[in-house]
Design a protein around this ligand. Structure first.
Ligand code: C2E
Ligand code: MG
Ligand code: MG
Length: 703
């Protein structure tokens, strides 16, 4: 009994265990329509509420017809009528087998399979129903159908690739784009069409894709004819019931790349010459400096400016100018190595970066010089610009960099400075940047700033140098400006006058000299020994050619109420020839009010007598360079006597400057010179010193 009971229990447990282990939901109904068994999946799949199941136990025969459960099932299906009709049909025809799909109202799909249960002698016992949730599979199948449709009709290439990188499916577009037939591509693997994807890269890619689900990236695919084209890949990891694929959509992005390249070109290249522009140059220079720091090798920067390009542009037109620039760009590129950079800064300015020169500075400089010479020769070759044969030449400035961090702006400035040196040395040449040159330029810049402030800071002073006649009697003085700098001390006019002319500071400064000199003349008026002294004032070219120069002088004379005969302006030859008619006009206007003129540094210019005769001069001042060597240089003696004779013949007064020795004085006297100035008679000195020599008591000028 025990055994029997155990055996039956065992059987029931076994059936129950098998029922529960099956992946399907199971329902067993007997020939009376009574539910005799079900498993847990059945309850889950049909979402049968707990209270419907009171008294039921899955896997056991319970022997009741459960209308509640049937009602719940019918309520869940999407099409209850046809569902019930089919159930009825199956009950009425027990021999029928059944296999169908049931759509539920909650969107799921169940697969149903049912079969009759018969006893060994063939008697009908009932029916067993199997249900399986196939929603996911249906979804996948639908997706697949969709993908297949899109894949053959869409613009993108589609590849199904397996874990071993084998192509297992491709669409028409994929074949067309690569020039392969479908069967050819299906026999290939990804590394054969993606040049940058060897097997190890594929393995890593597969892992990443599996982890992330999808990836988008750009690669280059190879066509059957070997040509390469850029594609954008959108890869998707798909698992079809345990079969894993990479479904990759690939799109030809040649056009997009071209557009990107075009944008790149516009942003970083000069449209005329297609050379890198300033932006790219700065970037390349930055890299070049950094790599020279790492490698300890020198690099060089060459700044190239075409000589007289503006003239060519103005005479032959801009189109021809453009052709020249394009030719120059090509020639420059031909002069350098592959890794070197030729850039156009704009206008007629080009820059070349040479990299990987010798570690040794001297050798690197020689290498740079060689390339510079090559460039000079290349750019000096004639140019055929449309129908014109034209010539051009460059001025090149070079600077070396290497081994240490250097600001790229600084390097460009250095090469630019060196280029200006090349221009100054007569153009069509190469000059290296010299740090001493930089120091001089820095000092020059500092001086310029200070010079601008010197006037308001009252740092200018006038010194006076006496002028005498043949009997050594004082006849006048020359006013010479001095700059008393708080730190630098006395700065020589030779240093700051050219700078003042360059910067325009000469204008207010010259006016100040004029005013101070007039005030001095006024203060001399009251003293017997100085009342007849003529004061000479140096005038610079810029000052003289100012539109209101005449009125400035007139105003000074008037405001200080001086005798204009006592004011003499010293002019130099070169400034007078600039615009001879203008010059004569200005001089005549001033001569009209009584102001005299002396031609300073005479003999050093190239003025023709023809012009001299037309100028209303009162005096020629023989340049001190002829006086210096009078004792030893016979040609200087000849020049000096000729000047004196000439002055006499033109009815001009003549004065020798820089007279230092009695011997010089004697020779000049013998030659008929009548006025003298120089250290022999007195050095330029502050007014007090001059006045003490003259033995006068004078009140200081009112300036
Ligand atoms: P400059 O007008 O030819 O002046 C004569 C220069 O010769 C002065 O140099 C003077 O100091 C120097 N000198 C005079 N006697 C002797 C001598 O016996 N031996 C030697 N070795 N030198 C002598 P300084 O004062 O240095 O002036 C240089 C130049 O600066 C002047 O040449 C003049 O061109 C310019 N300069 C001076 N003051 C002014 C000014 O107020 N305005 C303008 N525009 N230029 C000025
Ligand atoms: Mg002078
Ligand atoms: Mg002079």
């Amino acid at each position: 009994m025990m055994f029997m009971a155990n055996n039956s229990e065992l059987k029931t447990s076994l059936v129950k265990a098998i029922n529960e282990a099956l992946p399907e939901a199971i329902l067993v109904v007997n020939d009376q329509g009574i539910i005799v068994s079900h498993n847990r999946h059945f309850v889950e799949i049909w979402k049968i509420p707990d209270d419907h199941l009171s008294g039921f136990e899955s896997g056991t025969a319970i022997g009741i017809k459960n209308t509640q459960i049937l009602a719940k099932i019918v309520e869940s299906v999407k099409d209850p009528e046809s569902f019930l009709a089919r159930v009825r049909e199956l009950y009425e025809n027990p021999h029928l087998n059944d296999h169908c799909e049931i759509a539920l109202s909650d969107g799921r799909t169940l697969e149903r399979h049912s079969t009759t249960l018969r006893s060994n002698d063939g008697q009908y016992l009932g029916r067993v129903w199997f249900f399986r949730d196939i929603t996911e599979r249906k979804q996948a199948e639908e997706n697949l159908l969709l993908t297949r449709f899109v894949s053959d009709h869409g613009p993108d290439s589609i590849f199904w690739i397996d874990e071993q990188a084998r192509i297992v499916y491709v669409n028409e577009a994929a074949c067309r784009e690569r020039g392969y037939t479908k069967s050819e591509l299906l026999a290939m693997s990804i590394p054969e069409i993606d040049a940058n994807c060897p097997v190890d890269v594929w393995i890593a890619h597969w892992q990443e894709l599996k982890q992330k689900g999808s990836l988008t990236f750009e690669v280059r695919h190879r066509r059957k004819d070997g040509s390469i084209f850029p594609v954008e890949i959108s890869a998707n990891f798909v698992d079809f019931g345990g079969k894993e694929f990479n479904i990759a959509f690939s799109r030809d992005i040649t056009m997009r790349k071209q557009a990107e390249d075009e944008i790149q070109l516009l942003a970083f290249y000069d449209p005329l010459t297609r050379l890198p522009n300033r932006r790219l140059l700065m970037d390349r220079l930055q890299h070049a400096v950094a790599s020279s720091m790492r490698s300890c090798r020198n690099g060089a920067l060459l700044f190239i400016d075409l000589d007289h390009f503006k003239t060519l542009n103005d005479t032959l037109g801009h189109d021809t100018g453009d052709l020249l620039l394009q030719d120059v760009a090509q020639r420059l590129q031909a002069c350098v190595r592959q890794g070197d950079t030729v850039a156009r800064l704009g206008g007629d300015e080009f820059v070349v970066i040479l990299e990987n020169l010798s570690e040794n500075d001297l050798e690197a400089a020689t290498q740079t010089e060689n390339i510079g010479e090559k460039i000079l020769a290349a750019l000096n070759e004639p140019y055929q610009l449309n129908q014109h044969e034209s010539r051009s030449s460059p001025s090149i400035g070079a600077t070396l960099f290497g081994g240490r961090q250097q600001a790229i702006d600084e390097l460009l400035k250095q090469a630019d400075i060196a280029m200006y040196q090349a221009k100054k040395s007569g153009r069509n040449t190469l000059r290296f940047f010299d740090p001493k040159m930089q120091e001089a330029i820095n000092a020059h810049a500092a001086l310029e700033g200070e010079l601008r402030k010197a006037l308001e800071k009252r740092q200018f002073h006038l010194h006076y140098q006496i002028q005498v006649d043949s009997l050594r009697r004082p006849v006048g003085a020359e006013a010479l400006i001095r700059w008393l700098h708080p730190e630098r001390g006395l700065v020589s006019p030779a240093q700051f006058i050219p700078l003042a002319e360059e910067t325009g500071v000469i204008l207010p400064m010259g006016l100040w000299v004029l005013e101070t000199a007039c005030a001095q003349i006024k203060s001399w008026e009251s003293i017997e020994s100085t009342r007849n002294l003529v004061l000479s004032v140096n005038v610079s070219a810029k000052q003289f050619h100012q539109a209101d120069f005449v009125s400035q002088v007139q105003a000074a004379v008037r405001n200080h109420a001086i005798n204009p005969d006592l004011l003499k302006l010293e002019l130099t030859e070169s400034m007078l020839l600039e615009n001879i008619e203008d010059t004569i006009g200005i001089m005549n206007a001033l001569k009209g009010i009584g102001v005299g003129f002396s031609l300073d540094d005479f003999g050093t210019g190239y003025s023709s007598l023809q012009y001299l005769k037309r100028l209303p001069l009162s005096q020629l001042k023989i340049d001190q360079s002829f006086i210096r060597d009078l004792a030893v240089d016979s040609s200087d003696r000849a020049i000096v006597s000729t000047i004196i004779a000439m002055a006499q013949s033109l009815g001009l007064d003549v004065i020798a400057e820089g007279v230092e020795t009695a011997e010089q004085w004697r020779f000049l006297q013998e030659s008929g010179c009548n006025h003298y100035q120089g250290f022999l008679f007195g050095k330029p000195a502050p007014i007090e010193q001059l006045e003490s020599i003259l033995g006068c008591e004078a009140s200081p000028p009112h300036f």
